[in-house]
Design a protein around this ligand. Structure first.
Ligand code: MF3
Ligand code: CO
Ligand code: CO
Length: 257
């Protein structure tokens, strides 16, 4: 599958979808508190996306995924399925939101602390966020994807943490997951890879583990956990490469870029 280059009209639609996805994370923040279930967070996101935004929650029924957002708690790396689990003080949670508006996708996720969390959990969330920022700072025409993966990996490993290998960022547009694959580590066997050019839209979404990088898929077929049961954190943005640099399509108001 080839890498698609979006034209001005398509980029406008990506901007709209990206902004909506970001707004879902803003909307849900006050509800992410001790005692809430991940099912309740999913229901609130679903209702907001469908009724307020007039958009479609992309995960729902995607390859059989049963809910509208992913909720990944503590040692869950990604693709956690919302359910009756009650969040408690000290947990860390990733909510991953993808909306479809006017045929285009916006995909973004962030970590939340449930009440006061421990020092390791806090540091892990910061390092994962900084890893995403390191990637975004390199995204511009002429950069090769391998440079992004290498820099993200270097940042994470310098802090004593590890980068998940089995899941990666991805091209995005009218298709949820399209080429290119955006690795968050450097794989010498693949070389430096694709050179970025204006009109490319893709995600960066490093999953950072407090222990080793190996993961395990639970029998539900979706939930990915760390093999050594260590904590995991992830932040994600959808980006567009412009003529001069990068636009963070899923930027929230509190973010700089
Ligand atoms: N939003 C995830 C990503 O960043 C994909 C979730 S697929 C699902 O690519 F089916 F688990 F929802
Ligand atoms: Co994604
Ligand atoms: Co996502």
């Amino acid at each position: 599958m080839a890498v698609t280059i979006k034209n001005a009209e398509q980029l406008d639609k990506m901007r709209v979808a990206g902004k909506l996805a970001a707004q879902v994370l803003g909307m849900i923040e006050p509800y992410v508190v001790p005692g809430v279930t991940t099912d309740e967070l999913d229901r609130r996101c679903h209702q907001y996306i469908t009724e307020v935004q007039g958009a479609i929650p992309a995960p729902l029924n995607y390859k059989g995924f049963p809910r509208s957002v992913c909720t990944s708690v503590n040692n869950v790396v990604c693709h956690g399925i919302p359910g009756p689990k009650v969040l408690k003080k000290g947990d860390i949670l990733n909510i991953d939101v993808t909306v479809i508006k006017d045929g285009f996708h916006g995909d973004t996720s962030r970590m939340f602390h449930i009440g006061e969390v421990g020092v390791l959990a806090k540091r892990l969330c910061v390092v994962a966020r900084d890893a995403l920022c390191v990637g975004i700072d390199l995204a511009r025409p002429g950069t090769k994807l391998g440079e992004i993966g290498r820099a993200v990996q270097k940042h994470v490993e310098a802090q004593g943490f590890s980068v998940v290998r089995d899941y990666c960022g991805h091209g995005i547009g009218e298709v949820f997951h399209e080429d290119p694959q955006v690795l968050h580590y450097y794989d010498p066997s693949r070389g430096m890879g694709l050179e970025l050019a204006p009109g490319m839209t893709f995600t960066i979404e490093p999953m950072v583990n407090a222990g080793g990088y190996l993961v395990r898929l639970l029998p539900d077929g979706w939930t990915v956990v760390t093999k050594d049961r260590s904590l995991s954190a992830q932040w994600e943005h959808t980006l567009a490469i412009t003529d001069t640099g990068v636009e963070v399509l899923t930027r929230r108001p509190e973010e700089n870029w």
